[in-house]
Design a protein around this ligand. Structure first.
Ligand SMILES: NC(=O)c1ccc[n+]([C@@H]2O[C@H](COP(=O)([O-])OP(=O)(O)OC[C@H]3O[C@@H](n4cnc5c(N)ncnc54)[C@H](OP(=O)(O)O)[C@@H]3O)[C@@H](O)[C@H]2O)c1
Length: 430
């Protein structure tokens, strides 16, 4: 007999029916087979479970509505962990609430699999592949997030190439992708302030992070903030890394004041887009250096003056700037210093180890200073970005790729760049 519309809510766990597909605490394995093959309705689409991994995926994606056979239902009830409390209110179209104090979480089971982009050695982006891997294990201190979108950053291929291997280490496989948006699907018992179903945006540790380009990520609560309501999931994924670099360049690194003059070289890339808008809001006079395709956007974002580097050389400018933020890696300090005031500041956005060691010493001997940008998307910064975004910050996403098209996406953005940002869509992000 089919129990149409039966709903199971496993209180507070975020894994409503995980027990059906994974190992149970007694070591039994309940697999949907034969007569009791279950199906689920996920976001209006009816799906048949082929295996435990399917269940895991649907369960992790949040609430699912079950259309279950009676046998399956009794299996769930009878094979649950000892102490399970079930309340069954009827046979058809009714709610069933089950409290299950799980000793083994579904994600700790070997059958809990997910898709993820990984690489096994440093080198080119062609080393990336989509793999079926064990889902990350939740803990009392972490949140599980079902990933909706992941942004593409130049840092991605620098890490994949091994440019930062001193910091990223030699352990493989590694994941790729730093900032992301998604929906909370599990909340650790020690975590407060988040609930299953919350939309969030955040960033993993770029150097030690497991890679956000996966169906699910485990995060520390300080690595995410609520997604700004006015942003789509794609825009939200695009903000944390470039937003942190932009905000910290202006505030912590340059300590810019209203009325000062700033040259942003590369003002319509990811960092430049946010830096131009926040600088404008801070009352800073922004000269934006862009290519033809970015002229209109730079004006919209508040640049007082826009220079098209394809038709005008920045070197020919007569004015002097209090600060220069070079995001193109094409205007080194040796060339930029003649555009600075005698005590002007220059930001090196891609400091090498040599720069970190030598710049402080070199600065002692000059009045114009080079400042090194080493931004971090800490929680205070994420919260500030959330504030700016709720006040109308434009996060311009010019390119969207399905994450199964990751190879083409990374190759294209590495070669041609993106106006604003490019993102990979992992799950129907809106
Ligand atoms: N240190 C840190 O904490 C940190 C954090 C984030 C990012 N970064 C680094 O900061 C840099 C910028 O990041 P992003 O995400 O903004 O990169 P991006 O989106 O690729 O932006 C690069 C910008 O440079 C512009 N550009 C290219 N050639 C130029 C030229 N000759 N003159 C002027 N502009 C030119 C591009 O404009 P067109 O496409 O129109 O040519 C684009 O707007 C990257 O190197 C990144 O790794 C550092």
């Amino acid at each position: 007999m089919l129990l149409q519309g039966l709903r199971l809510n496993f209180d507070g766990l975020g894994y409503p029916v995980a027990q059906l597909g994974g190992p149970l605490s007694g070591g039994e394995i309940a697999r949907p087979t034969g007569a009791c093959r279950p199906s689920a309705v996920v976001r209006g689409e009816k799906l048949g479970a082929r295996n435990a991994a399917d269940w895991s995926r649907w369960v992790l994606s949040g609430r699912i509505t079950l259309i279950a056979t009676k046998r399956l239902f009794s299996l769930a009830m009878s094979t649950g962990p000892r102490g399970a409390l079930a309340r069954y209110w009827g046979h058809s179209g009714v709610d069933v609430s089950v409290l299950m104090p799980l000793t083994t979480t579904p994600q700790q089971s070997k059958s809990f699999r997910m898709k993820k982009i990984i690489y096994e050695r440093y080198g080119s982006l062609s080393n990336l592949s989509m793999a079926d891997v064990a889902a990350p294990s939740p803990s009392a201190q972490t949140l599980t997030v079902q990933v909706k979108a992941v942004s593409i950053n130049p840092l991605d291929w620098k890490i994949v190439q091994g440019d930062m291997k001193l910091m990223t280490g030699k352990a493989f496989p590694k994941g790729v992708g730093i900032d992301f948006s998604g929906v909370v699907s599990q909340v650790g018992s020690d975590v407060s302030g988040f609930a299953v179903g919350d939309a969030v945006m955040g960033a993993l540790d770029a150097m030690k992070g497991p890679g956000a380009l996966a169906e699910f990520v485990q995060v520390q609560p300080h690595q995410v903030v609520p997604k700004t309501t006015g942003l789509s999931f794609e825009q939200a994924a695009a903000l944390p890394i470039v937003g942190a670099a932009a905000l910290q360049s202006l505030t912590k690194v340059l300590r810019m004041q209203s009325g000062q003059r700033l040259l942003i070289n590369g003002a319509t890339g990811g960092v430049g887009m946010i830096a131009t808008q926040i600088a404008h809001k801070m009352g800073i006079h922004v000269t934006a250096v862009v290519s033809s395709k970015g002229v209109d956007l730079a004006q919209q974002w508040g640049a007082a003056r826009v220079i098209n580097y394809q038709t005008q050389s920045v070197q020919g400018l007569a004015e002097r700037f209090d600060a220069i933020l070079d995001l193109s890696n094409k205007l080194p300090f040796s060339q930029a210093k003649r555009l600075l005031t005698p005590i002007g500041l220059y930001v090196n956005a891609v400091p090498t180890l040599k720069d970190i060691l030598l710049t402080p010493v070199a600065n002692l001997a000059r009045s114009q200073k080079v400042k090194l940008l080493m931004s971090s998307p800490d929680q205070a910064t994420l919260q500030s970005l959330h504030q700016y975004a709720s006040q109308g910050l434009d996060v311009h996403v010019s390119q969207r790729f399905n994450w199964s098209d990751f190879a083409n996406a990374y190759a294209q953005v590495q070669k041609q760049g993106a106006l604003g940002k490019a993102v990979l869509v992992v799950a129907d992000a809106v």
